[in-house]
Write a new protein. Structure first.
Length: 296
């Protein structure tokens, strides 16, 4: 059995992608078999086990006997679950100061199925409680909070641009991603039909080009270390743009947002997920979106 914790407000998307009947506990879906690669999931619980308990103290002892660090997913019996949680070692959930590596300490997840039964997984896909990563935010530099999505993607990827990197930022206005990349020391070709915030456009190392991301000829741009896209468009159109750049061989690493307008385009999402050496994920900072990552 495997547990799949859906992102907030995206349980239906997760169940549609999972494609089979599952036993639900709030946003947690329990399905038979080993873990499957799906995008619409906040945290995967590998090999969860049911633990019968007769008391709050026994529940805490049972979890401590397995490992030290646990995160509660509370979907019912909140008071009883909180009392068990209070008897467990405190897990620090301090915001990350980007750039920072992923936490390395194992973090298990647990919930109460009923007053006498804990469901616990010592091995989960996310090192963050319920897949929710938080950062020390910059309240003054970026023009909006979109940079948090980029920070999360790069943290999960375990790699980011640095001094000497050349980045292409498509759909860049008002400039949150270009700002974040410039702060890492990268040079940025920033492209959008709408202008950047003046304070972002004036930053050294940012070359703003007022044009459509879809009108760019990869050969005219040349080789880039990273291609980033937060373009607002239908996912199928983004796929065609990505396929053009992949065929050109001129972009080494990709981070792109699939923005769904109306119903979720599951077919295009599957085509992104099928691209070799890539992964498709739902970030904590995504909305009705997925993020596609491919590292060269």
């Amino acid at each position: 059995m495997t547990g799949y914790l859906a992102p907030e407000e995206h349980l239906e998307d997760m169940l549609a992608e999972l494609g089979e009947r599952a036993l639900l506990h709030g946003r947690l879906a329990l399905a038979p078999g080993p873990a499957r690669q799906i995008a619409w999931v906040a945290n995967v619980w590998h090999d969860p086990r049911r633990i019968p308990i007769a008391s709050i103290a026994q529940g805490a002892r049972a979890l401590r006997a397995i490992q030290r660090n646990w995160a509660l997913y509370a979907c019912g019996l909140h008071r009883r679950a909180s009392l068990i949680g209070e008897s467990l070692p405190h897990v620090s959930a301090k915001p990350l100061a980007f750039p920072a590596p992923l936490p390395s300490a194992p973090l298990g997840s647990w919930t109460l199925l009923d007053a006498k039964t804990i469901l616990a997984s010592a091995h989960c896909s996310s090192p963050f409680p319920n897949g929710e990563v938080r950062f020390v935010e910059d309240r003054g530099g970026p023009p909006n909070r979109a940079y948090l999505k980029l920070w999360e993607a790069l943290t999960i990827a375990g790699r980011h641009p640095g001094p000497g990197s050349l980045c292409l930022d498509l759909g860049s206005s008002p400039g949150g991603w270009s700002w974040a990349l410039q702060k890492l020391g990268a040079r940025v070709i920033s492209v959008d039909k709408a202008p950047l915030e003046p304070s972002i456009a004036a930053l050294p190392g940012i070359d703003f080009r007022q044009a459509s991301a879809f009108s760019l000829d990869p050969g005219a741009v040349g080789s880039v270390d990273w291609l980033f896209s937060d373009v607002i468009c239908y996912p199928a159109r983004l796929l065609r743009l990505v396929e053009t750049w992949l065929a050109s061989g001129l972009a080494r690493n990709f981070v792109c947002t699939l923005k769904f307008q109306g119903e979720t385009d599951m077919e295009t999402a599957r085509r992104f997920a099928a691209i070799a050496s890539s992964r498709l994920v739902h970030l904590c900072h995504n909305k009705h979106e997925l993020t596609w990552i491919r590292l060269g």
